[in-house]
Design a protein around this ligand. Structure first.
Ligand SMILES: [Cu+2]
Length: 424
């Protein structure tokens, strides 16, 4: 999509037995166009919204968002990457030849049945901790290899996994530069040796392959994954071997610098045009959101039996003590008014996502988060407490409200989600 255009979309549901939705994750549009749980597309039906695109260039995505079915839908494949370009912004000088030195990487973990179909079971530990597969897929291929030019390559990385948080780095330890986060370009490239990418987060990074050879992208294990949980019951876990060899580390994919492909871009720009620090007005209000996997008291009555029994209890996960109810508006927000939201994660880290616009992360566990390294976000991984500065420029009425929720999809489906309206 291009900034300034009215993008006509057509989404047809070819499933014959269940409704879907199409949520534009990260796109600033009103609630009726947002594709949340209320905007369902019946089997055989077509949804044709016109989306007014007015935001900086960014790497976004889209996915089905039916309440209590999102994990199953995204796992089955109802997700994709969505790019917004901004023709009115100055060219930042980054690699931009699509498929050559500007490459999308949609990272997902999957488990397979014997016949090759995706295996999925939302029960037991997967219900409590989220589902993790034992194979790494990038753009739908298992641990692929890709040839890149002998220069700078830009990767637009989306963690489209249901639950797995990655800590990404290269096996050879090379430094790379982050140039964008969820909401678009950072003010300047940020050098990194590794980065954490929680479910639904995006980063754009630039990697230098001028030295030639190969580089393998690896991840550390997920701190949210309970010990011994390696894929669903009944599937064989075959841990992918890693070049790096560290405990819990695994390969994601390999890049090969191709001497026959000359570099298109050799030098990283010092500044990235178009992302000044947004003004920070005084917040009109503070709200607190407490994310709880144990539900509204049910597990407490069981003596705090953590990690077991959620499925048997049938209890919901909660935000501020209540599970998602399609008929209840949990918060009412005024359009254009900055607010500070404090997100509290108990027991494990939760990636908190807000519909309707970007936010800034102000602090994480009391430590200020500089805008220069974080940029505009729509997902923040919270392990403890985080403060975010939100402001909504579009409206969402009670018939199609915005959502805030944990983006571990099994948590979202179990009720760790709430609804809010935005009105003048
Ligand atoms: Cu969660």
């Amino acid at each position: 999509m291009k900034r300034g255009e009215l993008a006509p979309m057509r989404i047809t549901n070819r499933w014959d037995d269940q409704a879907i939705t199409c949520h534009w994750h990260g796109l600033g549009v009103s609630g009726d166009l947002d594709g949340g749980p209320h905007v369902t597309i019946a089997p055989g039906a077509t949804w044709a919204p016109e989306l007014e695109v007015d935001q900086p260039a960014a790497t976004l995505w889209y996915h089905s968002h039916v309440h209590a079915r999102t994990a199953e839908h995204v796992y089955a494949g109802l997700a994709g990457m969505l790019l917004v370009d901004d023709p009115s912004a100055p060219d930042p000088g980054l690699p931009r030849t699509w498929g050559v030195d500007d490459i999308p990487l949609i990272i997902q973990d999957r488990a397979f049945e014997e016949g090759g179909a995706f295996a999925y079971a939302n029960r037991g530990p997967a219900r409590m901790h989220g589902f993790r597969g034992d194979h790494m897929l990038v753009n739908g291929a298992i641990r692929p290899e890709v040839d890149v030019p002998m220069g700078l390559t830009r990767f637009r990385v989306l963690n489209a996994s249901n639950a797995r948080t990655y800590t990404l780095r290269f096996a050879d330890g090379r430094t790379f530069h982050q140039v964008a986060s969820d909401g678009g370009l950072l003010p300047a490239p940020v050098p990194l040796a590794q980065l954490v990418l929680a479910p639904a987060e995006r980063v754009e990074v630039v990697v230098d392959f001028a030295q030639g050879g190969t580089a393998t992208l690896v991840s550390e294990g997920d701190p949210n994954e309970p010990p011994g949980m390696m894929g669903p019951p009944g599937t064989r876990f075959t841990p992918p071997p890693s070049d790096a060899g560290a405990e819990g580390e695994f390969d994601i994919m390999t890049f090969r610098a191709d001497p026959s492909r000359p570099a298109q871009v050799r030098a990283l720009p010092a500044r990235l045009a178009g992302a000044p620090t947004p003004p920070e007005g005084p917040p009109a209000r503070r709200r607190e959101f407490v994310l709880d996997v144990h539900g509204g008291g049910g597990m407490g009555a069981m003596g705090g039996g953590r990690g077991r029994g959620m499925g048997m209890m049938g209890g919901g996960m909660t935000i501020n003590g209540v599970s998602m109810d399609m008929g209840v508006i949990n918060e009412r927000v005024r359009r254009g008014e900055p607010e500070v939201w404090e997100i509290v994660s108990q027991d494990m880290a939760h990636p908190f996502h807000v519909h309707g616009g970007n936010f800034r992360v102000l602090s994480n566990n009391g430590t200020p988060v500089p805008y220069e390294t974080s940029g505009l976000k729509d997902v923040v991984l919270v392990d403890g407490r985080a403060e975010i500065l939100v402001r909504f420029d579009h409206e969402a009425g009670p018939s199609a409200p915005y959502m805030y929720h944990c983006h571990i999809l099994e948590h979202e489906d179990a009720g760790m989600m709430g609804q809010f309206t935005v009105a003048p």
